[in-house]
Design a protein around this ligand. Structure first.
Ligand SMILES: CC(=O)N[C@H](C=O)[C@@H](O)[C@H](O)[C@H](O)COP(=O)(O)O
Length: 233
């Protein structure tokens, strides 16, 4: 079963359907429509945040779904699936894989406990990592997938907040892990380069499902072109 899920994802695109929080697209039925559209476009898998969104997506698609639950905690920087109850909620809502923050930062539950809960629920674990040490630890603890998800998003890796972290993709590949390239894969070319660097699959979120951000990119390009035209006049 677990092999089947990984083999289904291998060589494929995963679409993360996470609309901007509290924005006009942030409704389970819209997330489910995004998910179905992503599958129609060729997505081999989906990444969905929140049990309610996951429950809306699950009956619409048959591809593997990576579930996460994001929280803003007062006493920890960890956001992705920090609690054992989160794991259970995602499992109940139909996740095939559960992703969790695999960084070594203060947290309410240890990564080992989160992994044990994921496995007890009969699901595969995806470690959202920020660096090589996170990945090594996660593999030892039994994670099935190493993601570059958090590179550039921790204090320690803040210097890597631009572009795709190809070095981390290569390093994870060299560990012999199933590698998910994730984070700032904003164009088809970057997705191809991530695969060439050794990823087994690529997750794209913002560039496909955060309309406000993508609109902002085009808006800024247009505004800059206008400013240049004015300058040369
Ligand atoms: C750092 C963090 O919390 N990342 C989140 C994890 O689920 C999402 O906000 C990202 O959209 C996702 O990882 C996909 O990446 P991108 O949107 O760059 O394609």
């Amino acid at each position: 079963m677990s092999m089947t899920v990984l083999e289904t994802l291998r060589g494929g695109l995963v679409v993360s359907c996470q609309p901007v929080d509290d924005g006009p697209m942030d409704h389970p039925e819209i997330v489910a429509a995004m998910a179905a559209a992503a599958v129609a476009g060729g997505a081999a898998g989906l990444r969905i945040e929140g049990a309610e969104n996951l429950a809306a997506v699950r009956p619409r698609v048959s591809v593997p779904v990576i579930g996460i639950l994001k929280r803003d905690l007062d006493d920890s920087p960890v956001r992705i699936t920090p609690f054992l109850a989160d794991v259970q909620a995602l499992a109940d809502a139909g996740a095939d894989i559960i992703a969790y923050d695999a960084t070594d930062r203060p947290r309410p539950e240890s990564t080992a406990a989160i992994l044990a809960a994921i496995h007890a629920a009969g699901k595969l674990a995806m470690a959202d990592c920020s660096n090589l040490e996170d990945g090594k630890r996660a593999l030892k603890e039994g994670a099935a997938i190493l993601g570059t998800t958090l590179s550039g998003y921790t204090e320690q890796t803040a210097g890597r907040s631009e572009g795709v972290d190809y070095d981390l993709i290569r390093a994870f590949h060299d560990l012999g892990a199933f590698v998910m390239a994730e984070g700032r894969v904003n164009t088809p070319e970057l997705a191809g380069s991530a695969m060439a660097a050794g990823a087994d699959a690529v997750t794209v979120g913002t560039a496909l499902t955060r309309l406000e951000h993508v609109t902002g990119w085009f808006h800024d390009a247009v505004a800059q072109a206008v400013a240049r035209t004015v300058e040369t006049q």
